[in-house]
Write a protein that binds this ligand. Sequence first.
Ligand code: NAD
Length: 279
Amino acid sequence: MKELKGKARELLMQAMEGEQRVVVVSGAGISAESGIPTFRGVEGYWQVGSKNYHPHELATLSAFRRQPREVWSWYLYRRGVCLRAEPNAAHHALVRLEQHLNERFTLVTQNVDGLHGRAGASREQTYEVHGNIRFMRFDDVGELDPRLIPEELSTDWARGRQVHDDEINYLRHACGVLGRPHVLWFDEYYDETRFRYDSTLRAAEAADLLLVVGSSGTTNLPVQVAERVSERNIPFIVVNKDVDSYFVDLAQHSQTGAVLIGNASEWIPVVVDQLIKAM
Ligand code: NAD
């Protein structure tokens, strides 16, 4: 069992004096121990014909416009991986923290896997700032609300399997227009309606403690959250398996930052226990 010591412990104790607000930013690393690959390793790649694509090339609107079937095949495969995975101790621990803090808790997740919600995180306090892979939407016909991807599309999707003609029809609107995965792609912009952009920045401005877990810091909004918190000299703790990440760097160079190197499923329950004890 890990034990909290030194600066991280001091910052947590200091942060929890009074009616404090906690913001948690989670990234792909928190779900890695549930068996969902991050975008970093070789498992993230996807082969189309003889070419291997990095996720950053496929998770774009321009790739979807060019090769919608290939992008859909990749998403249907990833949807299956996410739906078959189970939340781990880190997801569950964050639910306990939410239950203690209620509306003083905000979870900003970059993950599209829905594991926080399946662990019991509330819809109100969870901002899925990159969408949710179980859903699709029809921007091209001006429909705002995402719809669940029809269950006729198998969740037992083999790696590399392409979507068939009859299956692609489940992804069409009644008018024939093809829907798209309900995610934010790398060449797109955040907004409030779908991705809670303004709400996230407001939560960052009001935070008394920031916890960043399992994120490399390559996406814009989570980086803005950490920078706003760090500029205000608010305690922030970064949990990552690896030292090589933007957030680790930021925390190490900040007076009020601390880093816990190791697995999310080991550190987050310890951090949450400490916070609950300090309340
Ligand atoms: P990333 O793949 O860029 O980085 C993952 C980070 O997690 C790395 O810094 C890594 O060191 C760390 N990590 C890996 N295993 C860990 C563990 N067990 N405990 C603690 N840390 C661990 O992911 P990102 O920063 O979240 O962002 C990339 C984008 O990828 C996001 O837009 C996200 O939407 C998307 N994505 C989501 C999922 C998912 O929903 N599960 C999976 C892959 C990618």
